[in-house]
Design a protein around this ligand. Structure first.
Ligand SMILES: Nc1nc2c(ncn2[C@@H]2O[C@H](COP(=O)(O)OP(=O)(O)O)[C@@H](O)[C@H]2O)c(=O)[nH]1
Ligand SMILES: [Mg+2]
Length: 296
């Protein structure tokens, strides 16, 4: 294939959507806003985000916040976390409900990117311990050593509430293209290493029975027809192909990979973007609920 052929390929569309978004925005909002956990021991479903730096993890949390608040919230989640992640804190982000001081029964934990190198980011060992509930909120990860039971941030007796209930892999369309033959050898090596780490985290989650799904971000940047109208997302042959590739890399079925366009300050709310974000969120909640029910 020549350069032109692949340029055309990213603009190809199917006549019919290759995936349906099963519910309307109102139905999703209704579902999410009324969702309740029926276990006293569990305050919230904990969704752990992982993926490369810059993939859009913080932006995704902001997007959920934006959609549920009905306005761009930008609660400063994205600043300061892009780039090198040398101050890596284990932080839980709750989403506030309309009534002040009340929160949705799900929360996001954003751990920094899985960069290459031993002196940056969080170790895979730390992530595994976090999934088991051993890491207290606000613990500062030490990039050179995993948390141990001697650290004050170590939770020796985690309850089901402290554990991770859903693992969310966040990968951008751009990241995937860095793994292609067209990318430089260095870029490919780095991505291969990142994907290897993600795979390790995924396998650990699988062993713990933690359900997993993925969001594919920056589909607007990757695909001109999506950039033009995000409503074309499920007509785009390119997005379909990206999802299939990501599925092969991560070992997550395509139906559990959700393309999203995240919100940031200069984007006006769009119905379709909201539905994409909400359809992913509903799956997280359903998965989390299943996990909790199984482990009570
Ligand atoms: N166009 C576009 N930009 C995005 C999207 N998601 C994130 N970004 C941008 O990508 C950059 C990195 O995002 P961030 O959420 O900080 O990534 P993190 O390191 O995974 O937390 C920011 O400048 C975001 O505005 C998306 O879906 N579309
Ligand atoms: Mg971030």
């Amino acid at each position: 294939m020549g350069g032109n052929a692949s340029k055309d390929a990213i603009s190809e569309v199917f006549e019919e959507d290759w995936r349906e978004i099963p519910m309307s925005k109102e139905q999703y909002l209704d579902y999410v806003k009324n969702y309740q956990l029926h276990h006293d021991e569990i305050q919230q479903l904990r969704i752990l985000l992982h993926g490369p730096v810059g993939a859009g993890k913080s932006s995704f949390i902001n997007s959920v916040d934006t959609v549920l608040q009905g306005r761009i919230s930008g609660r400063a989640l994205t600043d300061g976390t892009f780039g090198d992640s040398f101050t890596t804190e284990y932080r839980t982000f709750k989403i506030q409900k309309e009534v002040q001081g009340t929160f949705y029964p799900f929360a996001f934990t954003d751990i920094m990117g899985l960069e290459e190198g031993t002196n940056k980011g969080v170790t895979v060992e730390d992530i595994k311990l976090a999934m088991k509930g051993h890491v207290n909120d606000r613990y500062r990860f030490n990039p050179t050593a995993a948390i141990s039971d001697k650290d004050s941030g170590y939770n020796k007796n985690p309850s089901l509430n402290d554990k991770v209930h859903v693992l969310l892999c966040v990968v951008s369309a751009e990241t995937l293209s860095l793994m292609k033959p067209e990318a430089s050898a260095d870029q490919r090596d780095e991505m291969t290493e990142t994907m290897r780490k993600m795979r390790e985290v995924r396998l650990a989650a699988r062993d713990l029975g933690i359900p997993q799904l993925a969001v594919l971000t920056k589909i607007d940047e990757a695909c001109p027809v999506v950039k033009e109208d995000v409503g074309n997302v499920y007509k785009s042959t390119y997005v379909k192909k990206l999802i299939e590739e990501l599925s092969a890399f991560l070992g997550i079925p395509p139906s559990y990979i959700f393309p999203v366009k995240n919100y940031h300050w200069d984007i006006t709310p769009e119905d379709v973007s909201d539905r994409l974000i909400l359809s992913a969120l509903k799956q997280m909640i359903d998965f989390g609920g299943d996990f909790v029910n199984k482990h009570m």
